[in-house]
Design a protein around this ligand. Structure first.
Ligand code: RIB
Ligand code: CA
Length: 309
C-alpha cells in the first residue's frame, strides 16, 4: 500500500520534482502551499499548474502568506520571479479548493489514520496546525521534512532556507513531540544532485512531464552554478518524499535537534547534537547518507511512468 501523504510546499523547482514523484509513489491526499521560494499566490498557482500538468486530482489548499513572526522572504535568485522560471508557463485552469490549508491539514489527519506530513517549504502551516490541534501530533504516521542541515547552511553559513525563512515555526515543529520526524537537511540533499546528464536523460524519455522537468532543470542548474561553484544542483525536496517511500536507501541517526531563533549569526540553524551523550530527547531521525545511484534510478523510473501508455 502506498504511503498516504499531505505535501506542504512552496513550488519551487525541486518542489515540482517532489510533487511529480509523490504523485506516482504515494497517495497524495492533498497539497498545501506556503509562502517561501515565492509569494503565496505564486506558490499556489505553481502547485495548481503542476497538478494539472501531471494529472493529479488532489486538492490544493493555500496556507500561510507570511511566517509566524518574521516578514516574508523569498528565493527569486534560485527559482526566478515566478518561482518556476524556465519552462513555457501553461495556463492555470484550476483554483485552490480553500485558502485554509491549516484546517485541511487538521481535518485530514483527524479523519484518516497513518497520514504522513511531507513539508518541503517553510514550516509555517505545520506549526499553526500543531498549535491549533495538538492531537494531530500523535495521530500522524510521521513527518518527513526537507529542511535544516547537520552541516553548513545555504542562505547563511549556518541556516538552510526553509528553516531560516520561519525559524519560529521550525522550532515549534521540532519541539512538538512527533514520534517520527525525519530530516533531509542540506548535508544529505547535497549528495543527491542533478547535472546536464540528468537533463539529457529526461529529454530522452521525452514525455510532457519530463520535458517540463528538463526545462525546469536547465534554469535551476544555470542559476545554481551562477551562485555557487557546484557542478550538480541538489535535488532537495524529492529527498523528503523518498525518505517515506524508500527509507532503505537512506542512513538515519537519531539525534536531538534544536532550532536557533535568536543568534546574530545562527538564526535558523538546526543545532544537531552529535555528541552521543546529550540528556535531551532524541526528537529527530537525521538523514546522513543516501544511495544516490538507487535514488536516481527511482527518480528516472518514476519520470518514465508519465509516458502515455
Ligand atoms: O534550502 C532548500 C529548500 O529551500 C528547498 O525546499 C527549496 O525548494 C527551498 O524551498
Ligand atoms: Ca521547497
Amino acid at each position: 500500500m502506498k504511503p498516504r501523504i499531505i505535501i506542504d510546499c512552496d513550488p519551487g523547482h525541486d518542489d515540482a520534482i517532489a510533487i511529480m514523484m509523490a504523485a506516482r509513489l504515494t497517495e497524495v491526499l492533498g497539497i498545501t502551499t506556503v509562502s517561501g521560494n515565492a509569494p503565496l499566490d505564486l506558490t499556489t498557482d505553481n502547485a495548481l499548474l503542476l497538478a494539472d500538468l501531471i494529472g493529479l486530482e488532489a486538492e490544493v489548499h493555500a496556507g500561510a502568506e507570511k511566517p509566524l513572526l518574521l516578514p516574508a522572504r523569498h528565493a527569486a535568485e534560485a527559482h526566478g520571479k515566478t518561482g518556476l522560471d524556465g519552462p513555457v508557463r501553461p495556463d492555470v485552469t484550476r483554483s485552490a479548493t480553500s485558502f485554509d490549508a491549516v484546517r485541511f491539514i487538521i481535518e485530514t489527519i483527524r479523519k484518516n489514520d497513518d497520514v504522513w506530513l511531507v513539508p518541503i517549504g517553510p514550516l509555517t502551516n505545520i506549526a499553526l496546525a500543531v498549535q491549533q490541534a495538538p492531537d494531530i501530533v500523535k495521530r500522524v504516521a510521521g513527518v518527513s521534512i526537507m529542511g535544516g542541515s547537520a552541516g553548513a547552511g545555504n542562505v547563511t553559513p549556518t541556516a538552510e532556507f526553509n528553516v531560516w525563512a520561519d525559524p519560529h515555526a521550525a522550532a515549534i515543529v521540532f519541539n512538538a513531540g512527533f514520534e517520527t520526524l525525519l530530516m533531509a537537511g542540506l548535508n544529505l540533499t547535497h549528495q543527491f544532485g542533478i547535472d546536464e546528464a540528468t537533463i539529457a536523460s529526461l529529454r530522452e524519455i521525452n514525455n510532457s512531464v519530463t520535458l517540463f522537468a528538463a526545462d525546469l532543470f536547465e534554469f535551476y542548474l544555470a542559476s545554481y552554478q551562477k551562485r555557487t561553484r557546484g557542478q550538480r544542483v541538489p535535488l532537495h525536496d524529492p529527498c523528503a518524499v523518498l525518505a517515506v517511500t524508500h527509507p532503505e536507501i537512506f542512513t538515519f541517526e537519531s539525534r536531538t535537534v534544536h532550532v536557533e531563533t535568536e543568534g546574530k549569526h545562527t538564526t535558523g540553524m538546526t543545532v544537531v547534537d552529535e555528541r552521543g551523550w546529550g540528556d535531551q530527547p532524541l526528537n529527530c531521525k537525521v538523514e546522513y547518507a543516501i544511495d544516490r545511484d538507487r535514488g536516481m534510478d527511482i527518480f528516472l523510473e518514476t519520470m518514465c511512468s508519465y509516458t502515455a501508455k
